[in-house]
Design a protein around this ligand. Structure first.
Ligand code: SF4
Length: 70
């Protein structure tokens, strides 16, 4: 499955890191980083076997920029 993180819209609330530190951490600029993701057209994408806690991160993100796709 693919995880998309529209990082440019992140407000740095840290919720994703709190519920899903396996995949998210806060970068030096104070905004979330999807670990191991590659940037594509301004969006960060990561292919994973198991979305694990990313679903929860997606639900708690107040600006809804963590998207789980096919
Ligand atoms: S939960 Fe959303 S807004 Fe908050 S730090 Fe994570 S990606 Fe950014």
């Amino acid at each position: 499955m693919k995880i998309k993180h529209f990082r440019s819209k992140c407000i740095g609330c840290r919720s994703c890191e709190a519920v899903c530190p396996k995949f998210f951490e806060i970068g030096q600029d104070g905004m979330a980083v999807l670990k191991g993701a590659r940037e594509k057209d301004g969006c960060f994408e990561l292919e994973v076997e198991d979305i694990d806690c990313v679903k929860e991160a997606s639900q708690v993100c107040p600006v809804q920029i963590i998207v789980i796709g096919e």
